[in-house]
Design a protein around this ligand. Structure first.
Ligand code: SAH
Length: 220
């Protein structure tokens, strides 16, 4: 595990990150690798400066372009769901956004691939990850409905925006035994886990969630 998390080790974020991790533990998050990554991560660098004082609250916050950084509980929950049974050797994330979820995954999983449709968000996320000394992340500006075929198969895929139905490309890019964690729906969304077994895909429903839509087609 990469513990070089730059700015988090010093100053205000260390203690605040720890308190956030304790709160999430009390709310049912039990994976120690996830809790450790949350404790060490400087969430304040992933939000607009004017909202930095709210960075360690357990809430989603606006990050510009009509998008949000996900609530820490849901970041932790989705990460934890990917890590049951075995440690994935690679993960594809759809919806880089602020890069916070990406940074948590990059502290645990050896290779992280992340796709974002809004160039300016992707660029800012890249700079934040570099400032944390996380160099095991590859980013792509593109449409997440298509996944990232040339890097497939993936042991794990996580989608942090909600499609109305599961994109076919993501199922085909899942490795044998791999897991896809994805919110699905329009107004009423359900977080689902899809596990691949050959040509069969086993589906589990986790809980009701609220994400921005996974916008099909165009990139900006
Ligand atoms: N995990 C991120 C969540 C960001 S919100 C965080 O915690 O910061 C979801 C992101 O998905 C937004 O940045 C949005 O631009 C992106 N997105 C929406 N549709 C997409 C698509 N088709 N392909 C790639 N990214 C998409």
């Amino acid at each position: 595990m990469n513990l070089k998390v730059g700015r988090s080790a010093s100053g205000k974020s260390g203690r605040s990150g720890e308190l956030l991790a304790q709160k999430l533990h009390a709310e049912g998050i039990s994976n120690q690798q996830v809790l450790k990554a949350i404790a060490l991560s400087p969430r304040h660098i992933f939000v607009p400066e004017i909202l930095a004082h709210k960075a360690y609250d357990n809430t989603a916050l606006p990050i510009g372009q009509g998008q949000t950084i996900s609530q820490p509980y849901i970041v932790a929950k989705m990460s934890e769901l990917l890590l049951t049974e075995y440690l994935p050797q690679n993960v594809l994330e759809i919806g880089t956004g602020s890069g916070y979820q990406t940074s948590i995954l990059a502290q645990i999983i050896p290779k992280v691939f992340s796709v974002e449709r809004i160039k300016s968000l992707q660029w800012q996320a890249k700079r934040r990850l570099q400032s944390m000394d996380l160099h095991n992340v590859s980013m792509k500006h593109g449409d997440g409905w298509q996944g990232w075929a040339s890097k497939a198969p993936f042991d794990a895929i996580i989608v942090t925006a909600a499609p109305t139905s599961i994109p076919e490309a993501l199922l085909t890019q899942l490795a044998e035994g791999g897991k896809l964690v994805i919110p699905v729906g329009d107004h009423a969304q359900i977080l689902k886990i899809i596990t691949r077994n050959g040509d069969n895909f086993h589906e589990q429903q986790v809980e009701a969630v609220r994400f921005v839509p996974l916008v099909p087609g165009s990139v900006i």
